[in-house]
Design a protein around this ligand. Structure first.
Ligand code: GLC
Length: 640
């Protein structure tokens, strides 16, 4: 039974009495007291569910509220003003004007100072959201691209300082751009001070670190867990555990130097909440919640997406609502589509990567068949009100074929061989493939494999395929038109190619994802206004799409209605905008290599005259619409 007092009121009174911001007296803070009253019942319930049987549960909960109160007190005035603005307009991110960009600080701009110098370009492109890849202190060599964090309060000194990051956040905000950083809260680097203290079994300032990670004396528990967990980075180590030099075993889902935290211990929650609030007060507006599916473990399960993972996210959220209410969470759950959506709600992660749309865009381009993608848009696109997808063409990671086998089976597609085909296609093992990808975590034992490569290399630009540029534009046109927040991997807008030199760099050679993380393609950027170059064609095409999206309110929001054409190679859907007022935007995209004529009968549900938004011309739908190979139209059309 929960050891939290059964009456939330009694516990709230206890917290009020010991947290100065809530107690009567000189430190009392009305604004905080209001937020406490609103959100404490939620946090109380979640703590009860997560930690209710522990004797220290009330103490842990009180400590977290303490942290929140301190953090609110220190919250800079400009961020409090931002909180107020967002409270007045909580769904700002559903606006058609939103556009995200993502880059590595060092690779794209050298340093934080270099990122600052790119602000004029970000504005030229129309960014309103900038995700800087992990930039925290991280061991040289064993960093997983920064995803092995040794201090959340220090920026990697090669990139700049925390003070510079806070200044950059402010400057970006003034330019209308929200700063997004990763919250890598499932694991830390083995060099984080919590990790070294855990191994040494230290108690510091009353905090016992020995229980911060999952450490076992022998193989009994690891063997038991591994009966049901899956291997994530089999090239690095088999299973979910690695052995410490003293012979004990520690949980490491990803690399052997990334150790999973033990969230069953409320002291871990409290410690991480402190790091989260610290980042919030530096001016970060959105946290990318890394590896959310893995944060809770239970014997006999896959240890992925357990109910407690959701409770933890909700608890972190409740803490934020008290102390930094404008901050939003983006879920990074690259798992089965049924699971991805379970993280998305106003109480948990307000926005989420859309790995299904991403993967199926590539699937459609390879097969020249849009059936799976259309099916996914029809049945798996809808989200709760006030939440949004982040639609992207590719990320810094590999591409995995995350579609549901049941969905594929309905279309007569067998998932296993289909994934094999896609893997072979994208690593150019299929005759006639236009793609130049590289396998990632090729696991001959399970047949599992994923794909690494830049957009241009995967789409055919590197291979010199005639359709390459148009495929890149098509993929982006989909990400820009299905709703939510479109997210661009910076450099892809000028067609950056794979960086094979990663194989010569020692720290990267063992991780083929570095092939799709090239350095800023300077020459391509220099030629971006020259229409005779690939970079120029891509940049002009993408700029036009971005411009049209921003001025077309129907492309904002997230609602999508299906549209059926008799052509297997045509992706088709309608965007009704916020209010389902007429007209709509009808999107038609041809993933095939041959032109397609969508005839007048198919389009007869709309008034005859429609506007091709991208080409800026009026069309008569009674003539049908001709889509060239890899062609896309965004038609402003009025349903009859
Ligand atoms: C996420 C990141 C990936 C990293 C992993 C471990 O999936 O996107 O790059 O390797 O988490 O932190």
């Amino acid at each position: 039974m929960s050891l939290l007092n059964r009456s939330v009121l009694v516990d709230a009174d206890h917290v009020r009495a010991v947290v100065p911001a809530l107690a009567p007296g000189p430190d009392h803070d009305d604004a905080f007291a209001v937020r406490f009253a609103q959100h404490f019942p939620t946090l109380h319930r979640l703590f009860g569910e997560l930690y209710g049987t522990r004797p220290d549960v009330l103490e842990a909960l009180t400590a977290v509220v303490h942290l929140a109160a301190d953090s609110w007190r220190e919250r800079p005035a400009d961020l409090r003003a931002l909180d107020a603005r967002r409270e007045a307009d909580p769904h700002f991110f559903l606006d058609a004007g939103m556009l995200g960009g993502v880059c590595y600080v060092d690779r794209y701009a050298g340093s934080l100072a270099g990122v600052r110098r790119q602000i004029p370009y970000f504005r030229e492109l129309g960014l309103t959201y900038l995700h800087l890849m992990p930039l925290f202190a991280s061991p040289e060599g064993n960093s997983d691209g920064g995803y092995a964090v040794s201090s959340y309060r220090d920026v990697n000194p090669a990139l700049g300082s925390m003070a510079e990051l806070a200044a950059l956040a402010r400057e970006l905000r003034e330019a209308g751009i929200s700063l997004v950083v990763d919250f890598i809260f499932n694991h830390t680097s083995d060099e984080h001070v919590w990790a070294t203290r855990a191994v040494a079994g230290e108690v510091v300032d009353g905090v016992d670190y020995s229980d911060f990670y999952l450490i076992y004396p022998d193989r009994t528990m690891p063997d038991a867990f591994e009966r049901t967990t899956r291997e994530i980075f089999p090239d690095d180590h088999p299973g979910s555990f690695v052995q410490l030099p003293d012979g004990r075993w520690i949980w490491a889902t990803f690399y052997h130097f990334q150790w999973d935290l033990n969230y069953a211990n409320p002291a871990v929650f409290r410690a991480m909440a402190g790091e989260m609030l610290f980042l919030a007060n530096q001016g970060v507006e959105l946290l990318r919640m890394d590896a959310v599916a893995f944060i809770w473990k239970r014997l006999g399960t896959t240890c992925e997406s357990l109910p407690e993972a959701h409770l933890l996210l909700q608890a972190f959220n409740a803490v934020l609502r008290m102390a930094a209410p404008s901050l939003l969470f983006k879920s990074e759950a690259i798992v089965h589509p049924d699971e991805v959506v379970t993280y998305i709600s106003e109480e948990e992660c307000q926005i989420s990567y859309n790995p299904l749309q991403m993967a199926l865009t590539w699937e459609a381009l390879a097969t020249r068949d849009a059936s799976l993608l259309n099916q996914a848009l029809e049945r798996r696109h809808g989200l709760p009100a006030g939440t949004a997808w982040v639609n992207y063409v590719r990320s810094h990671d590999d591409i995995g074929w995350t579609f549901a086998d049941e969905d594929a089976a309905e279309l007569g597609i067998d998932g296993y061989p289909h994934r094999r085909f896609l893997n072979d296609f994208y690593v150019d093992r299929v005759p006639g493939s236009f793609a130049r990808g590289v396998p990632f975590q090729d696991n001959p034992r399970t047949g599992d494999c994923r794909i690494a490569g830049t957009t241009a290399s995967l789409a055919g630009v590197e291979a010199g395929d005639r359709g390459g540029v148009d495929r890149v534009l098509l993929a982006h046109a989909l990400a820009l038109s299905t709703g939510g927040i479109p997210l661009l991997y910076l450099g892809d807008e000028v067609g950056q190619l794979n960086d094979y030199a990663y194989a010569d760099r020692e720290a990267e050679a063992g991780d083929s994802r570095w092939v799709n993380r090239p350095f800023r393609p300077e020459a391509a950027y220099d030629s971006r206004t020259d229409p005779s170059t690939t970079a120029g064609r891509l940049f002009a095409g993408l700029r036009r799409l971005i411009e049209v999206r921003k001025e077309t309110p129907e492309l904002g929001g997230g609602t999508l209605l299906p549209f059926h054409t008799p052509h297997r190679g045509v992706v088709a859907f309608q965007r009704p905008g916020w209010t389902d007022e007429r007209p709509r935007v009808l999107v038609l995209a041809n993933v095939g290599d041959e032109a397609v004529q969508v005839d007048a009968v198919t389009l007869s549900g709309f008034d005859a005259l429609a506007r091709d938004l991208v080409a800026a011309r009026t069309m008569d739908l009674r003539d049908g619409v001709t889509l060239p190979p890899h062609g896309v139209v965004w038609l402003h059309a009025t349903p009859r």
